[in-house]
Design a binder for this molecule. Structure first.
Ligand code: MCN
Length: 791
């Protein structure tokens, strides 16, 4: 079935209420911490209080003698057990042609700690309280070394790893440097910009949690873990770290209370618990507390960039040149290396027909928590840089922010960018026009005057983002360094009574798959949505899948289901043909009924399902009984959601307090399955993106490497009352490379919003002479910028 026919099916485009919410709202959710196993013990991790230090000794005696303690495991135990370090899932090849520097990433520190929060030992005790008390008794002697936290100083700092001289991981580039340099030579105007993309802590509502469990009878392990991709977790852990047979390990990611990327990765704690569950023959639970999460969850962003945009005399972009220093933190987290390269630089053409783009990236190790994908992963960093420099160019040239964008929009599709991606569809003018109208931009001057009358500065900021979701075909990703496939699987199991259970490799941790995937299946089979249940998050039940990240689930996971449904339909048609004594080719299927072309003969889907399992009148010589199909789908291209966002801020120049007064977001997500869920996704993304722009910021002390923003007292999270009601609109150019016509929506809000906010702040502050500003726009920082401009 093609995307156009699919979009017309019943349930597609319906705002059905989320099926999963009943259990969440009635307290029946089953999160990792809700799981109670017999004989359970509790783990607490002893973490490094220093950003950089050699470990002189670890004395476990007092901890081992404490009440209830079952074991204290440390780095030397890991070495004895011959457990490998955590793998990095993406190999970046340096511009020199050599592989990136890839130092070991031990699960418990082996002689050295490299960030505050680094894992030194795991204490296991009968109760959580006993484990916490005993952890205090582990005596670690450290020889403290100088620390570096700022990516711009990494090069000249004390090396963290012997394998990475100068703390350098790789230098990587994309684009035609010579062509870019030539374009700059002929430019009428060059806009330059230095900017910082601030480091963020992901803070899902449910912190990480895991339980390691081992069954002696079957010699099987089970890891319950709050994770976004259980099969990938299992593969990495068994094949690369523990050396266990994959089929002897089951990973279950039950209900997960948000992840935002931070729960994609294989973490040291998960491996320690799995390993120790056999060693100690006990079930072991670990719950990350919030302070630990700040220290040890993979952080996001942390780029320092210089960008230059060459423009001709008519305001047309000629070339973009970018250099970025990316902070990878102390170790390579699972997909960290792909974030500032493949997921970042390839998006720097944006929505514009800039003929030449050249991007060079240096990635560095510092004494900070590892950095990896966080909602948007590389695409927010690209969008922030590009949309900031485009608005700055508009300010410099005296053009409006929408005029400079519209002048440079790509209008012909498919469009090959100079940085590898090929966009399949889009209509960027439609998005801009819609946003201008929905945001009542014509009324801005009047609103600005009204703000001024109250003594407030009003500014307007634009951002026209494009992003790449779903990820690339596996062979392309492999050629770019991915050490994994990027397909998805789906199994559609039709039961004898015609109800359906779907097994998907995608994982829902807030995105509503149990509803939208059911809509897709119900629409295709013409059955009620309540007759379809979705199972996910269990390697023991679901075929090998790649999980949820990169806003890929509906476009890749949904496409796998469509393939499985094609097979179901093809087989069911044969059964129906037999039952109605017609040729296979004469059978049509619509609205849950099989009919014989040109006759009034009909048979409902349920009867065919029953016949498949009670095959009394059945072509057993030609067909197997049963109606159960599995399919794998490897995407042929990314999907390219795009949008224009317009932000209006009001700033009090006396205090620096910045309020978002109006926010308009018009997106193109192709065909929309469930508008209410998509709107919720956009709202969540916007709040995270605006949170980055206005308040969120991880700050490490430059001297000691201590995380200064290690709790909600110092790291400000956005709240509902920080926002106006968002004006949300949609345009639709269906994606041409998946059978649903969908483009991902899960990250768009976080990608598009930060530059619109800062562009609005700069527009508001322009009359005061403020020309530049880095996120976050906290009152203090805005006030400081105003004061600095006065002098
Ligand atoms: N959808 C739709 N029509 C479309 C596109 C999507 O109805 N055209 C629906 C999908 O069926 C799905 C939801 O919208 O129910 C999101 O779909 P998609 O864009 O495919 O994104 P994923 O399901 O793959 O989710 C991943 C994405 C990412 S990468 C992050 S990070 C993120 C996000 O989703 N983390 C989240 N949204 C989150 N929402 C919550 N509540 N919690 C997180 O951790």
């Amino acid at each position: 079935m093609g995307a156009s026919d699919f979009s017309k099916l019943p349930h597609i485009g319906e705002s059905l209420r989320r099926k999963e919410d009943y259990r969440f709202l009635t307290g029946a959710g089953n999160y990792t911490d809700d799981i109670r196993l017999d004989n359970m013990t509790h783990a607490v991790f002893v973490r490094s209080p220093h950003a950089h230090a050699n470990i002189k000794s670890i004395n476990k005696a007092k901890a081992l003698a404490a009440p209830g303690v079952v074991a204290v495991l440390d780095g030397p135990d890991v070495v004895d057990a011959k457990i490998n370090g955590l793998p990095c899932g993406w190999l970046i090849t340096d511009t020199s042609g050599k592989p990136m520097n890839e130092p070991p990433h031990p699960i418990l520190a082996n002689g050295k700690v490299r960030y505050v929060g680094d894992h030194v030992a795991m204490v296991v005790a009968e109760t959580l309280e006993q484990a916490k008390n005993a952890a205090e008794l582990v005596e670690v002697e450290y020889d403290v070394l100088p620390a570096v936290v700022d990516v711009r100083q990494a090069k000249s700092a004390t090396a963290l790893h012997a394998e990475a001289p100068n703390n350098h991981c790789y230098n990587w580039a994309i684009g035609d440097k010579a062509a870019v340099d030539a374009a700059f030579a002929g430019a009428a105007h060059v806009t330059k910009l230095d900017l910082i993309n601030n480091r963020l802590a992901p803070n899902p509502m449910e912190p990480r949690a895991a339980i390691g469990s081992y069954n002696r009878a079957s010699d099987e392990y089970t890891l319950y873990v709050s994770n976004q991709n259980p099969h990938v977790e299992r593969l990495l852990m068994t094949a690369f770290v523990l050396g266990l047979p994959e089929h002897k390990v089951r990973v279950i990611a039950p209900d997960v209370g948000g992840g935002f990327g931070a729960k994609i990765y294989l973490y040291a704690e998960d491996v320690c618990l799995t390993w120790a569950s056999k060693k100690l023959n006990r079930n072991i639970k670990w719950n990350c507390d919030r302070s630990e999460a700040f220290l040890s969850d993979a952080h996001g962003r942390d780029h320092s960039s210089h960008a230059e945009l060459a423009i001709d005399k008519d305001g047309k972009f000629l070339a973009l040149r970018v250099h970025t220093d990316a902070n990878l933190g102390a170790y390579l987290s699972t997909f960290s290396t792909a974030v500032p390269t493949i997921l970042y630089a390839t998006l720097l053409a944006g929505q514009y027909a800039t003929p030449q783009v050249y991007v060079e990236v240096d990635a560095w190790f510092t004494n900070t928590a590892p950095v990896d994908a966080y909602r948007g992963a590389g695409r927010p960093e690209a969008t922030y840089l590009l949309e900031r420099i485009v608005s700055r160019a508009a300010f410099e040239l005296g053009m409006t922010q929408d005029a400079i964008r519209s002048k440079n929009f790509i209008t012909q599709f498919p469009y090959q960018t100079p940085v590898a991606l090929q966009y399949d569809t889009g209509d960027f003018h439609a998005l801009m026009n819609h946003a201008n109208k929905l945001g009542d931009v014509a009324g801005f001057p009047a609103r600005k005057a009204a703000s001024a009358a109250k003594g407030l500065l009003r500014g307007i900021g634009y951002s026209s983002y494009i992003e790449a979701c779903g990820l690339a075909p596996s062979n392309v990703a492999g050629a770019l360094g991915a050490r994994a496939g990027l397909f998805e699987c789906g199994e559609v199991r039709v039961h004898p009574t015609g109800s359906v259970t779907v097994f998907t490799g995608s994982h829902s941790h807030g995105q509503g798959h149990e509803t939208t995937f059911a809509q897709v299946v119900a629409a295709r089979l013409g059955i009620p949505v309540e007759n379809v249940d979705i199972v996910h998050g269990d390697t023991g039940r679901v075929p090998f899948g790649m999980g949820t990240y990169g806003s890929r689930s509906i476009s890749v996971g949904g496409a796998a289901l469509m393939r499985a449904l094609d097979k179901i339909e093809a087989k069911a048609k044969k059964i129906a043909a037999h039952l109605m004594e017609a040729g296979d080719a004469d059978i049509e299927f619509a609205n849950g009924e099989f009919s014989v072309k040109g006759t009034d003969k009909k048979i409902p889907f349920g009867s065919v399902a029953l016949t498949a399992y009670v095959p009394h009148n059945y072509p057993l010589d030609k067909l197997e009984p049963g109606l159960n199909e599995t399919a794998f789908y490897d995407p042929t291209n990314f999907t390219f959601p795009a949008g224009t966002y317009i932000c209006e801020v009001e700033i009090d120049p006396q205090t620096g307090v910045t309020k978002i007064d109006k926010f308009t977001a018009v997106d193109d997500f192709g065909t929309i399955i469930n508008p209410m869920i998509v709107e919720g996704q956009v709202h969540g993304g916007l709040v995270q993106g605006i949170g980055q722009a206005l308040m969120e910021n991880c700050v490490y002390d430059k001297e000691t490497g201590q995380l200064l923003t290690g709790s909600f007292m110092d790291y400000t999270m956005p709240r509902a009352d920080d926002f106006p009601v968002f004006a949300i609109g949609h345009e639709c150019t269906p994606c041409t490379t998946n059978p649903l016509g969908t483009k991902g929506c899960g990250e768009a809000g976080a990608i598009g919003s930060p530059p619109s906010v800062i562009n609005a702040v700069l527009d508001a502050l322009a009359p005061l002479g403020v020309k530049d500003f880095d996120m976050p726009a906290t009152p203090h920082r805005v006030w400081e910028a105003i004061q600095a401009a006065k002098h």
